[in-house]
Design a protein around this ligand. Sequence first.
Ligand SMILES: [Zn+2]
Length: 318
Amino acid sequence: MTDFSGEIALSRAFVVQRTELRFPKPSIPVRVRARAPDPERIKRKLAMDSHMHLDRFPREERTAVLERAWSVGIKVLVTVATSFSGVDELWALANANKGKVYHSVGAHPTELDDAVPVEAEVIGAVERTGPVAIGETGFDYFSLPRGLGAARAVSDVQREAFLLQARVAKEVGLPLIIHCREKERTKRDAWNALLWALKRVQFPMERALLHCFDYGHEELIRWQGEGAYVSFSGSVTRKSHEEAQKALQCTKTDRFLLETDAPFLLPEPLRTTAPETVCEPSHMLYTASFVSWLLAMEQEDVLGLSLENGCRFFGLGR
Ligand SMILES: [Zn+2]
């Protein structure tokens, strides 16, 4: 694996000062707007897109997408699996971009086809391809069918698939990338199912990452209080996601990552000004700009911290 220790050392002095710092109770400006990244400062950026889906881009566009990511200072990205059948393609992409692209192995809760994966399949994919994480796995209640019985059946499969993947991750010593989405954003049903399942497996929380964090500060403080990680995507830049913005202001600086979830979740202001744009890793700088604004930190420091945290979480650079 690539050695990032030199790059990480650059931000380490800063990390030591900031690690224990907790931000005061949230008090959020009414209208926050992401700034476009400043090209003058791009050269100094060292960043990780901790969650994207390279296989969702057309084949002929992938090289250009990666080139644009490297050109804005992204050093490493994780292309996250959504199904076991797609793992070999991700593995090939990681192999073709060694030290820069890493992959995970897992099945997204909405891609289970009403069937719990078989343990041998999960372990086989892990042994064959050497991923940096298991996932994304979790609970997606947004996609549940209408009708109590049908919804119950699907959520049962999601739970069993999650329990299996979490157990394997614990067994083989890999971190876990978690997806958790409610039917409505004010609800906490998927969240409660997730907490229950993690407890059931006695999963080591410092190896758990809740991606695209979209809950409030109470959930964030509880989650990070157990040692677990969160990552923020472009969704946090949206005006309607004030709860997550408040949560962000409470984040522990050694427990947050940044991601794009590309090709999904285009950040502001692109989402408003150029809504036809396909989200790609280079757009993470818009999210970083917004996050640095909310945390009153330099953008380079936000990116450096999230790279350091990501390398620690995924076990890179050791
Ligand atoms: Zn994703």
